[in-house]
Design a protein around this ligand. Structure first.
Ligand code: MG
Length: 327
């Protein structure tokens, strides 16, 4: 198949700036791709890199787009190098997007119940879960490793007795715990699990230790009942496969937007039947649609996906049209 190729870089300001380990994030930058197939139908894709999480930089993605001819083929798309995982995702999802006519119609979104809602770190979580609960969220994620562990354990104790029965709670450390702290969190969660009175479920602890400490996380994952999910450790397909080869049988957090080729991800998931949780890279509707499709196809164990239902950006349709108007 041959396609006419056009692309457009974008910058979008978050409605609220996001605070991560790597500082404040105010503007999402990425690239929208448009492929026109031989019968004149359009396919859309999005490259939404997060270089500090392990993908290529925006500049590298732009360089790749700039050096492509105006007419590209499937061969070109399926041989994008592994160093450009966000490009692999953007191009492959554009040519596999069934050439939908974008994006005046709102996308069908799964029910809130199948999404995980992000609680604010620290004490603020104790009140703010209510707002998310009212919107329909039943799975929450709370960031740990942000404040002193004694304080966090105390808030955690209140939190688990505040959250309604049947809630699922995920703890995300973003690699910020020491080995001793990770043991303490896992022991605390195991003790809670052993308590039949506990109405809610601690679903897993996400990325307790830094990426370099894989062996320790592997050891922890076999020492405790509480599940561990790898996130930063498995940013790309190559890392994911390496962790699997080294024996990881816990949960894998997959961010489709930066993990790499969707077709190879599908193959890997089918072949090894890994336990996955899908999560957003704060993409716009274009990449979100492709990512949620993959999540629906490949999720096992009924795990909620980490995509906000609330839009992170304003007025996606208007924005999208203005982006392409002057083409
Ligand atoms: Mg995470």
């Amino acid at each position: 198949m041959r396609y006419q190729f056009k692309f457009r870089p974008y910058q979008r300001r978050f409605l609220r700036s996001l605070t991560t380990n790597h500082g404040k994030w105010d503007i999402r930058e990425g690239i929208i791709l448009r492929l026109t197939n031989e019968s004149g139908k359009l396919g859309w894709g999005e490259i939404a890199p997060i270089s500090w999480f392990g993908s290529e930089t925006l500049e590298q993605a732009l360089d790749f787009c700039r050096q492509l001819p105006v007419e590209i083929t499937d061969e070109i798309i399926f041989s994008i190098p592994d160093e450009l995982p966000a490009c692999q995702f953007g191009f492959e999802s554009a040519c596999g997007s069934e050439f939908f006519s974008m994006p005046n119609a709102p996308y069908p979104m799964p029910h809130a119940q199948s999404f995980s809602g992000l609680l604010p770190s620290g004490k603020a979580a104790l009140n703010q879960w209510k707002t998310l609960w009212q919107k329909g969220y039943r799975t929450f994620k709370w960031k740990i490793g942000v404040n002193a562990i004694a304080d966090e354990l105390e808030i955690f104790e209140s939190l688990i007795h505040t959250l309604p029965a049947s809630t699922k709670l995920r703890l995300d450390a973003n690699g910020g715990l020491t080995y001793e702290e990770a043991n303490l969190w896992l022991r605390t969660c195991d003790n809670l699990k052993a308590n039949p009175e506990l109405p809610l479920e601690i679903e897993f602890i996400e990325q307790p230790l830094p990426v370099e400490q894989f062996q320790q996380m592997l050891e922890l994952s076999t020492s405790y009942e509480t599940a561990i999910a790898l996130d930063e450790s498995v940013a790309t397909l190559g890392q994911l496969a390496a962790c699997y080869q080294q024996g990881w049988r816990g949960i894998f957090v997959i961010k489709p937007g930066i993990v790499g080729s969707p077709s190879r991800l599908r193959k890997f998931c089918h072949q090894y039947q890994i336990d996955t949780v899908f999560s957003s890279v704060f993409e716009t509707a274009i990449a979100r649609q492709a990512a949620l499709q993959l999540a629906a196809e490949l999720s096992q164990n009924n795990r909620a996906v980490g995509f906000g239902i609330d839009h992170f950006f304003e007025q996606e349709e208007t924005w999208f049209q203005s982006l392409w108007n002057d083409l």
